[in-house]
Design a binder for this molecule. Structure first.
Ligand SMILES: Nc1nc2c(ncn2[C@@H]2O[C@H](COP(=O)(O)OP(=O)(O)O)[C@@H](O)[C@H]2O)c(=O)[nH]1
Ligand SMILES: [Mg+2]
Length: 224
């Protein structure tokens, strides 16, 4: 794979939208470049994060309407790799049937794609630790997938307001004591704060180096 180029010191993750994946057979054949999954409740800022990482405004559709994304959306990172944006869990306004189908596709992809390298599990920094988020993290980990906890919308909280949620998640990571947890990544897609750490993480996985020292990543967190 050709090395990921850097723009002003940041990995260049420019991407194009490929397709909404209704069936696993629509995915690129296995054995190609790695895939980075994004998961989280709907409206948490997954699409905005992709846009920010890719350096594009309108690549992934963002909006306030929960559940607007039914199927996982696949983006190709030009320098090699993919973003796979899973539909938000916890949305209520889809028919049971559609919800079931889209979950089945997501589950099938998580269980079958060995080229899925890591999950960016997005959590709104203003929300408490919700059972759905904790269960999702455990589920990905149980399938051997490393999970980075991305705390989104960092700009909505001031320095002091950030302390409690970051502490809460740090405590949870300690209690969980799972090898695959890559650390906490507070970010704002709006201001770009925290984005370089996530871009470096993505680049690390796509260039095959993965993350050998999770402690090094933990230090990217603002001091609490
Ligand atoms: N303040 C703030 N709002 C954000 C941020 N990221 C996303 N949003 C807003 O949150 C809403 C949902 O974002 P979206 O990316 O569509 O979430 P998704 O459903 O997880 O893909 C939109 O109104 C975004 O403008 C952020 O970093 N800061
Ligand atoms: Mg979205």
């Amino acid at each position: 794979m050709k090395p990921i180029e850097r723009r002003g010191g940041l990995p260049d993750l420019s991407s194009i939208f490929l397709l909404s994946v209704a069936r696993p057979s629509q995915m690129p054949p296995p054995g190609g470049p790695g895939i980075i999954g994004l998961a989280g409740r709907s409206n948490v800022g997954k699409s905005s994060l992709i846009n920010r990482l890719a350096g594009a405004h309108r690549l992934a559709r963002t909006g306030k309407r929960p559940g607007a994304t039914t199927y996982p959306n696949l983006y190709r990172i030009q320098s090699g790799g993919y973003f796979l944006d899973f539909p938000g869990y916890g949305y209520m306004n889809r028919s049971q049937g559609t919800r079931q189908i889209s979950q089945d596709v997501s589950t099938a992809l998580v269980e079958s794609r060995e080229d899925l390298m890591a999950i960016l599990l997005c959590v709104d920094i203003r929300r408490d630790l919700l059972p759905a988020d904790q269960e999702a993290a455990r589920w990905f980990l149980s399938r051997g997938l490393p999970v980075a906890l991305v705390l989104t919308k960092l700009d909505t909280l001031s320095g002091n307001g950030r302390t409690a949620p970051i502490r809460g998640w740090k405590r949870w990571i300690e209690e969980e004591n799972a090898d695959g947890i890559l650390g906490l990544f507070p970010v704002s897609a709006r201001t770009g704060e925290g984005i370089p750490a996530v871009a470096e993480l993505v680049e690390g996985f796509l260039s095959g180096s993965g993350v050998s020292d999770p402690e090094a990543i933990g230090e990217e967190c603002p001091p609490v």
